[in-house]
Ligand binder design. Structure first.
Ligand code: MG
Length: 397
């Protein structure tokens, strides 16, 4: 069976308001059109792909359209005119022609295969989703209430309502008959109905959204990130959050200040260490470095290096945050537990959170610090040491 795919990319996307056609905009680093074309150009059931483009794009097509099995044609004024141009350019051997909106970049290979198979079997097939919402037939108030607006005429039986997507696929002769109808239609399945054919429903996909307004780009970014998780090989990088943990412990000795998250806490003992021995900053630094697999604090700020002797650990944390930013990430939130027998730290928590938030370049609402004692057990419980645990979430900027 010879299958031709036609990608309808002729529209200007006037509902979108961007300066360039919406199908050329990026979603998670790849143009919407590139994604839509790739789904078909790499599909094992598709022999050729014809992309119908607006004239100005046709004049200087993006590099990703210069691919094997991909041909370009100038689109028309209406969607169905673009599809007609694609149809005229299709190979004469085509048995089935599958049509897809350029603005639906997430059709899965499985959905494409099922739609093609259903059309080969039944003549015409359309991907469609059962309505999840209750559906109302409405009309503007004519002789009813005085307030302007639309009013419900009837509640339709939801079981009978499907929302059409693309791909839509047709045997060659069916599409030929459908495109003979020149009155306006929003999809080819409607034309096939007018030509008297039965159009079979193929179960669509909720993620197969059509990007129509700028709001849809938010949804599209989320879907692109989900597919990156499911298929890591295809991901340039995983843009969802990455978590890391950190832990630190220092001995407590007389004659040293007790510095926690950059705050000097009144205490008869302080933490012993090469730097200021700030266990909170050290645990948080390890957590954020760990989140991005960047090693640990000892690798970046070794205690054998005189530069870090008596270093201010808030500064070290700030440097670690800069590394996070260099990777294209930012801090999502940080949660810290300080384990210390005495003194009580609760009166200092707000100041500590403020210092951490500043170093992490986040709002203070994203920082949490809790105090715990070790109930008199072990070295921490005997007051010989202080420990801290931290967890950090980083996320793509
Ligand atoms: Mg330390």
């Amino acid at each position: 069976m010879h299958v031709t795919a036609i990608i309808a990319a002729g529209g200007r996307g006037q509902r979108f308001g961007a300066s360039q056609p919406k199908q050329l905009l990026d979603v998670d680093g790849e143009a919407i059109l590139a994604r839509s074309v790739r789904a078909f150009a790499t599909h094992p059931s598709v022999n050729e792909v014809i992309v119908a483009l607006p004239d100005d794009v046709m004049a200087n097509p993006p590099a990703y359209l210069r691919a094997d099995r991909v041909r370009l044609v100038a689109g028309g004024a209406r969607r169905q005119d673009s599809v007609t141009q694609g149809f005229l350019a299709a190979s004469e051997q085509s048995d089935v022609i599958v049509i897809h909106d350029a603005a639906r970049p997430f059709a899965s290979a499985d959905l494409i295969a099922r739609t093609i198979a259903a059309a080969a079997d039944s003549g015409a097939a359309v991907a469609a989703l059962a309505s999840r919402d209750t559906v109302k037939l409405v009309s503007p108030a004519a002789d009813g209430p005085a307030q302007a607006g639309h009013y419900v005429r009837e509640t339709l039986d939801r079981e009978t309502i499907y929302l059409a997507q693309t791909p839509q696929a047709f045997r060659r002769n069916v599409l030929s008959d459908a495109l003979a109808f020149t009155d306006d239609a929003t999809d080819e399945a409607a034309l096939a109905e007018r030509a008297g054919y039965h159009v079979r429903i193929v179960q669509g996909e909720a993620t197969n959204i059509k990007i129509t307004t700028p709001d849809d780009l938010l949804m599209a970014e989320a879907i692109a990130n989900q597919s990156a998780i499911r298929n890591p090989q295809s991901a340039i990088r995983v843009r969802t959050g990455r978590a890391g943990t950190g832990y630190d412990l220092h001995r407590l000795v007389e004659g040293r200040p007790l510095i926690l998250a950059g705050v000097t806490i009144p205490s008869d003992r302080g933490a012993l260490g090469h730097s200021d021995a700030d266990v909170v900053c050290h645990a948080v630094t390890d957590a954020i470095l760990g989140a991005l697999s960047l090693g640990d604090i000892g690798r970046h700020f070794p205690d054998t290096d005189p530069r870090w002797k008596d270093a201010n650990s808030i500064d070290l944390l700030t440097r670690a945050v800069a590394l996070v930013h260099e990777q294209g990430y930012e801090i999502g939130n940080v949660d810290v537990t300080i384990i210390l027998e005495r003194p009580k730290i609760k009166d200092h928590i707000a100041a500590m959170c403020a210092n951490l938030a500043r170093a992490l370049a986040v709002d203070v609402s994203r920082v949490s610090i809790k105090g715990k004692t070790n109930e008199g057990v072990d070295a921490v419980g005997r007051g010989e040491a202080i420990a801290a645990q931290a967890i950090a979430l980083t996320r793509a900027r």
